[in-house]
Design a protein around this ligand. Structure first.
Ligand code: HEM
Length: 380
């Protein structure tokens, strides 16, 4: 598609951009992210209305990810007051401790599923710890967020639709309870900071607080799992690159950027045009739903050169990937994800230089938050 139809109108009515320059432009162009702006006669909008009817997931549309200015600006500013670079940096020793504990368990077991042993529990434990949520809720939250993220994709199975609606309601209830509890038991954590976040007298109201808390919870682990899982898989498939990282641990920061580029943990972002725009010489009308394929932009030979499809941990411009998006919605958690992944890969490759595949990879079956669901490895 990059070659023949880089700006493509799908018969279902949405547009798909696959080239690096077009995708970068779209993300930075300040277009809308609010679904209500999709033209009423767009088949995609009808599909969603038919799927959910009046049971649209409750917090769908209330997080900053789904809001345009001025709401986006104010939500992002308030959350940024709590989710600061300092708060993230302060977690470094705890992240290292968590990784070491998980690697110890992997060393003892020798044959493990990397997703269950490290890629999932690490980001989940980190965001849960950061928010300061009671651990009795964690197992249920894990199950529910796994269901709710399916609402980011077209769903046909009516049982799954009901499950998404139910999970969405239950999660919102758990978040409301957590917030009420935290108001009574404030602590030095992100949830307390969100509750108290204030900008010239402006604060997050109850629904906004619930929506931003759930966004951080979900974005905090359902993405980084794919970076650690997909990155490990890429290394296992290319032992020369694994050896390179083992021999030169200083490469780890760039290696993480290259893993992000090579296998995008979030495959696509979407925007909605409020007026006609011209991209790559093609005019897209107002009210169009436009998907930007981050994964494809990250492999565009025209930008990255002829080795775009290869993993090169020392690629000089790896950091120019678009895996964290770009422009006004650029990922707020990018530095947290980078830190978790760098610590995990540095310690894992130092400890298990002979890490090897140990069975079939299973994929999670998701279109957007795509990654391995099971990755059997032997620690050597
Ligand atoms: C936004 C990717 C980890 C919080 C985004 C966007 C992308 C992304 C592509 C922009 C979506 C758009 O333009 O429509 C990733 C990837 C991650 C990751 C690949 C891990 C490898 C995290 C973490 C957190 C987080 C750990 C927080 C704990 C957010 C938030 C937004 C966001 C709050 C919304 C920003 C806004 O709308 O202004 N992320 N993310 N992300 N991410 Fe991440």
């Amino acid at each position: 598609m990059r070659e023949h139809a880089p700006v493509y109108r799908h018969p279902f009515g949405f547009w798909l951009l696959t080239g690096y320059e077009d995708v970068s432009w779209l993300l930075r162009a300040g277009l809308s992210v609010e679904d209500r702006n999709v033209a009423a006669d767009n088949p995609l909008r009808e599909m969603r209305e038919v799927t959910y009817g009046d049971q649209m997931p409750r917090f769908d549309g209330r997080s900053m990810l789904d809001r345009d200015p001025p709401d986006h600006t104010r939500l992002r500013r308030l959350v940024s007051k709590a989710f600061t670079p300092r708060a993230i940096e302060a977690l470094r020793p705890q992240v290292a401790g968590l990784v070491d504990g998980m690697l110890d368990a992997m060393a003892r077991a020798r044959h493990v599923d990397l997703i269950e042993s490290l890629a999932f529990p690490l980001p989940f434990a980190v965001i849960a710890k950061m928010l300061g949520t009671p651990s009795s809720d964690h197992e249920r939250i894990r199950e529910l967020t796994g269901i709710v993220v399916r609402s980011l994709e077209p769903v046909a199975d009516p049982d799954l639709v009901s499950a998404i609606v139910a999970a969405d309601g239950e999660l919102a209830g758990i978040a409301a309870e957590m917030i009420a509890w935290k108001r009574e038991n404030p602590a030095d954590d992100l949830l307390t900071a969100l509750i108290n976040a204030e900008d010239e007298g402006d604060v997050l109201d109850e629904d906004e607080l619930i929506a931003q808390t759930l966004l951080l919870y979900i974005a905090g682990h359902e993405t980084t799992v794919n970076l650690i899982g997909g990155g490990t898989l890429a290394l296992l498939r290319d032992p020369g690159q694994l050896a390179l990282l083992h021999d030169d641990p200083g490469l780890v920061a760039n290696a993480v950027e290259e893993m992000l580029r090579y296998d995008s943990p979030v495959q696509a972002s979407r925007r909605i045009t409020l007026e006609p725009v011209t991209v790559g010489g093609v005019e897209i009308p107002a009210g169009a739903f436009v998907m930007a394929s981050l994964a494809s932009a990250n492999r565009d030979e025209r930008f990255w050169g002829p080795d775009a499809a290869e993993l090169r941990l020392n690629r000089e411009n790896a950091r120019q990937h678009v895996s964290f998006g770009a422009g006004p919605h650029h990922c707020l958690g990018a530095s947290l994800a980078r830190m978790e992944a760098a610590i995990a890969f540095e310690r894992m490759t130092a400890r298990f230089p002979r890490l090897a595949p140990d069975g079939e990879v299973e994929w999670n079956g998701r279109i957007n938050l795509r990654g391995p669901a099971r990755l059997p490895v032997s620690t050597g």
